[in-house]
Design a protein around this ligand. Structure first.
Ligand SMILES: CC(C)(C)[C@H](NC(=O)Nc1cc(F)cc(F)c1)C(=O)N(CC(=O)NO)CC1CCCC1
Ligand SMILES: [Zn+2]
Length: 187
Protein backbone atom coordinates (compact mmCIF):
# COMPACT_ATOMS: atom_id res chain seq x y z
CA UNK A 1 0.00 0.00 0.00
CA UNK A 2 1.36 3.44 -0.93
CA UNK A 3 1.97 5.90 1.91
CA UNK A 4 3.65 9.32 2.05
CA UNK A 5 7.03 7.59 2.61
CA UNK A 6 6.83 6.19 -0.95
CA UNK A 7 6.46 9.66 -2.48
CA UNK A 8 9.76 11.25 -3.49
CA UNK A 9 10.18 14.98 -2.76
CA UNK A 10 11.54 17.90 -4.76
CA UNK A 11 15.29 17.62 -5.25
CA UNK A 12 15.01 13.93 -6.17
CA UNK A 13 16.30 13.74 -9.78
CA UNK A 14 13.54 11.39 -10.99
CA UNK A 15 11.04 14.29 -10.68
CA UNK A 16 12.97 16.06 -13.46
CA UNK A 17 13.18 13.10 -15.87
CA UNK A 18 10.92 12.69 -18.89
CA UNK A 19 9.14 9.43 -18.12
CA UNK A 20 9.00 6.55 -20.61
CA UNK A 21 5.91 5.32 -22.41
CA UNK A 22 4.62 1.99 -21.10
CA UNK A 23 3.74 -0.97 -23.34
CA UNK A 24 0.08 -1.25 -24.35
CA UNK A 25 -1.74 -3.30 -23.17
CA UNK A 26 -0.16 -2.45 -19.82
CA UNK A 27 1.76 -5.25 -18.12
CA UNK A 28 0.39 -6.86 -14.97
CA UNK A 29 3.01 -4.89 -13.03
CA UNK A 30 1.88 -1.57 -14.52
CA UNK A 31 -1.80 -2.44 -13.94
CA UNK A 32 -1.01 -3.20 -10.28
CA UNK A 33 0.94 0.06 -9.93
CA UNK A 34 -1.96 2.06 -11.38
CA UNK A 35 -4.41 0.38 -9.02
CA UNK A 36 -2.18 1.18 -6.04
CA UNK A 37 -1.89 4.83 -7.12
CA UNK A 38 -5.67 5.22 -7.37
CA UNK A 39 -6.17 3.46 -4.03
CA UNK A 40 -3.68 5.87 -2.41
CA UNK A 41 -5.78 8.82 -3.59
CA UNK A 42 -9.00 7.22 -2.32
CA UNK A 43 -7.36 6.45 1.05
CA UNK A 44 -6.01 10.00 1.25
CA UNK A 45 -9.53 11.37 0.90
CA UNK A 46 -10.97 9.01 3.53
CA UNK A 47 -10.82 10.91 6.85
CA UNK A 48 -10.26 7.75 8.93
CA UNK A 49 -7.58 6.21 6.67
CA UNK A 50 -5.89 9.56 5.99
CA UNK A 51 -5.58 10.17 9.72
CA UNK A 52 -4.42 6.61 10.46
CA UNK A 53 -1.84 6.61 7.62
CA UNK A 54 -0.89 10.31 7.88
CA UNK A 55 -1.80 10.97 4.25
CA UNK A 56 -2.19 14.43 2.62
CA UNK A 57 -5.53 14.62 0.81
CA UNK A 58 -4.55 13.95 -2.78
CA UNK A 59 -6.44 14.31 -6.06
CA UNK A 60 -3.73 13.17 -8.44
CA UNK A 61 -0.49 11.20 -8.51
CA UNK A 62 2.06 10.44 -11.23
CA UNK A 63 4.32 7.36 -11.30
CA UNK A 64 7.55 9.43 -11.21
CA UNK A 65 6.48 10.61 -7.74
CA UNK A 66 6.98 6.97 -6.69
CA UNK A 67 10.43 6.98 -8.33
CA UNK A 68 9.00 5.02 -11.27
CA UNK A 69 9.76 6.94 -14.48
CA UNK A 70 6.73 5.67 -16.39
CA UNK A 71 3.96 7.58 -18.19
CA UNK A 72 1.22 6.53 -15.77
CA UNK A 73 -1.01 8.94 -13.83
CA UNK A 74 -3.95 8.46 -11.47
CA UNK A 75 -6.61 11.07 -10.75
CA UNK A 76 -9.42 10.93 -8.20
CA UNK A 77 -11.40 14.15 -8.14
CA UNK A 78 -14.71 13.95 -6.29
CA UNK A 79 -17.66 15.65 -7.98
CA UNK A 80 -18.71 18.68 -5.95
CA UNK A 81 -22.34 17.90 -6.86
CA UNK A 82 -23.44 14.39 -5.77
CA UNK A 83 -26.32 14.60 -8.28
CA UNK A 84 -23.75 14.97 -11.05
CA UNK A 85 -21.12 12.26 -10.39
CA UNK A 86 -19.95 12.67 -13.99
CA UNK A 87 -18.40 16.03 -13.02
CA UNK A 88 -15.74 14.19 -11.04
CA UNK A 89 -13.06 11.98 -12.52
CA UNK A 90 -11.53 8.81 -11.10
CA UNK A 91 -9.20 6.85 -13.36
CA UNK A 92 -5.71 5.61 -14.18
CA UNK A 93 -4.27 6.86 -17.49
CA UNK A 94 -1.48 5.03 -19.35
CA UNK A 95 0.52 7.14 -21.85
CA UNK A 96 -1.80 10.15 -21.46
CA UNK A 97 -1.43 12.83 -24.13
CA UNK A 98 -2.94 16.29 -24.49
CA UNK A 99 -4.24 16.24 -28.07
CA UNK A 100 -5.55 19.82 -28.04
CA UNK A 101 -6.33 22.62 -25.61
CA UNK A 102 -8.33 25.82 -25.41
CA UNK A 103 -6.77 29.20 -26.01
CA UNK A 104 -8.71 30.18 -22.88
CA UNK A 105 -6.49 29.84 -19.82
CA UNK A 106 -7.37 29.10 -16.18
CA UNK A 107 -5.72 28.86 -12.79
CA UNK A 108 -6.69 27.91 -9.24
CA UNK A 109 -7.43 30.98 -7.11
CA UNK A 110 -5.35 29.51 -4.28
CA UNK A 111 -2.45 28.54 -6.50
CA UNK A 112 -1.17 24.95 -6.48
CA UNK A 113 0.70 22.61 -4.18
CA UNK A 114 2.19 19.19 -4.76
CA UNK A 115 2.46 15.92 -2.87
CA UNK A 116 6.19 16.05 -3.69
CA UNK A 117 6.65 19.62 -2.42
CA UNK A 118 6.71 20.15 1.35
CA UNK A 119 6.41 23.93 1.24
CA UNK A 120 3.99 26.63 0.15
CA UNK A 121 4.86 28.21 -3.19
CA UNK A 122 2.60 31.23 -3.71
CA UNK A 123 1.59 32.25 -7.20
CA UNK A 124 -0.87 31.55 -9.99
CA UNK A 125 -0.20 28.47 -12.13
CA UNK A 126 -1.79 29.37 -15.47
CA UNK A 127 -2.90 26.38 -17.53
CA UNK A 128 -5.33 25.67 -20.40
CA UNK A 129 -8.96 25.90 -19.22
CA UNK A 130 -10.05 22.95 -21.39
CA UNK A 131 -8.07 20.02 -22.80
CA UNK A 132 -8.70 16.96 -24.95
CA UNK A 133 -6.70 14.01 -23.61
CA UNK A 134 -6.10 10.58 -25.10
CA UNK A 135 -4.93 7.71 -22.91
CA UNK A 136 -5.04 3.94 -22.58
CA UNK A 137 -6.81 2.19 -19.71
CA UNK A 138 -5.65 -0.90 -17.80
CA UNK A 139 -7.21 -3.15 -20.50
CA UNK A 140 -5.34 -1.33 -23.25
CA UNK A 141 -8.48 0.38 -24.57
CA UNK A 142 -7.89 3.85 -26.04
CA UNK A 143 -9.93 6.76 -24.68
CA UNK A 144 -10.29 10.36 -25.81
CA UNK A 145 -11.91 12.70 -23.28
CA UNK A 146 -12.52 16.42 -22.93
CA UNK A 147 -11.85 17.99 -19.54
CA UNK A 148 -12.48 21.48 -18.23
CA UNK A 149 -11.84 23.58 -15.11
CA UNK A 150 -10.60 21.72 -12.02
CA UNK A 151 -10.43 18.28 -13.71
CA UNK A 152 -8.37 19.83 -16.53
CA UNK A 153 -6.03 21.51 -14.03
CA UNK A 154 -5.43 18.25 -12.14
CA UNK A 155 -4.70 16.22 -15.30
CA UNK A 156 -2.35 18.93 -16.63
CA UNK A 157 -0.51 18.97 -13.26
CA UNK A 158 -0.06 15.18 -13.46
CA UNK A 159 0.97 15.12 -17.13
CA UNK A 160 3.55 17.80 -16.24
CA UNK A 161 5.05 15.32 -13.75
CA UNK A 162 5.65 12.67 -16.46
CA UNK A 163 7.44 15.40 -18.43
CA UNK A 164 9.64 16.42 -15.48
CA UNK A 165 7.78 19.71 -14.95
CA UNK A 166 6.87 21.02 -11.45
CA UNK A 167 3.91 23.40 -10.89
CA UNK A 168 6.17 26.24 -9.78
CA UNK A 169 7.97 26.16 -13.14
CA UNK A 170 4.86 27.97 -14.45
CA UNK A 171 4.84 30.74 -11.82
CA UNK A 172 6.01 34.17 -12.99
CA UNK A 173 8.84 34.87 -10.52
CA UNK A 174 8.62 38.64 -10.90
CA UNK A 175 4.85 38.83 -10.50
CA UNK A 176 3.65 35.52 -9.03
CA UNK A 177 0.21 36.96 -8.22
CA UNK A 178 -0.09 38.92 -11.45
CA UNK A 179 -2.95 37.75 -13.64
CA UNK A 180 -3.15 38.48 -17.36
CA UNK A 181 -6.57 39.60 -18.62
CA UNK A 182 -8.94 36.82 -19.54
CA UNK A 183 -7.46 34.09 -17.33
CA UNK A 184 -10.32 32.20 -15.66
CA UNK A 185 -9.78 31.95 -11.88
CA UNK A 186 -11.15 28.67 -10.53
CA UNK A 187 -12.11 28.84 -6.82
C1 LIG B 1 -0.82 18.81 -3.02
C2 LIG B 1 -2.24 18.68 -2.49
C3 LIG B 1 -2.60 19.93 -1.71
C4 LIG B 1 -2.32 17.45 -1.60
C5 LIG B 1 -3.22 18.58 -3.67
N1 LIG B 1 -4.58 18.43 -3.18
C6 LIG B 1 -5.44 19.42 -3.48
O1 LIG B 1 -5.11 20.39 -4.17
N2 LIG B 1 -6.72 19.45 -2.96
C7 LIG B 1 -7.58 18.44 -2.71
C8 LIG B 1 -7.28 17.36 -1.89
C9 LIG B 1 -8.24 16.40 -1.69
F1 LIG B 1 -7.99 15.36 -0.92
C10 LIG B 1 -9.47 16.47 -2.27
C11 LIG B 1 -9.73 17.55 -3.08
F2 LIG B 1 -10.93 17.58 -3.68
C12 LIG B 1 -8.82 18.54 -3.30
C13 LIG B 1 -2.91 17.40 -4.60
O2 LIG B 1 -3.31 16.29 -4.30
N3 LIG B 1 -2.20 17.66 -5.75
C14 LIG B 1 -1.85 16.50 -6.55
C15 LIG B 1 -0.34 16.36 -6.76
O3 LIG B 1 0.47 16.89 -6.05
N4 LIG B 1 -0.05 15.60 -7.79
O4 LIG B 1 1.23 15.39 -8.16
C16 LIG B 1 -1.84 18.99 -6.26
C17 LIG B 1 -3.03 19.63 -7.01
C18 LIG B 1 -2.64 21.05 -7.47
C19 LIG B 1 -3.43 21.31 -8.69
C20 LIG B 1 -3.88 20.00 -9.22
C21 LIG B 1 -3.45 18.93 -8.28
ZN1 LIG C 1 2.31 17.18 -7.98
Amino acid sequence: MITMDDIIREGHPTLRDVAKEVPIPPTAEDVALGKEMLQFLKNSQDPVKAEELHLRGGVGLAAPQLDSSKRIIAVHVPSVDPEKPENGISTVMYNPKVLSHSVQEACLGEGEGCLSVDREVPGYVVRAARITVSYYDAEGEKHKIRLKNYNAIVVQHEIDHINGIMFYDHIDEKNPLQLKDGVLVIE
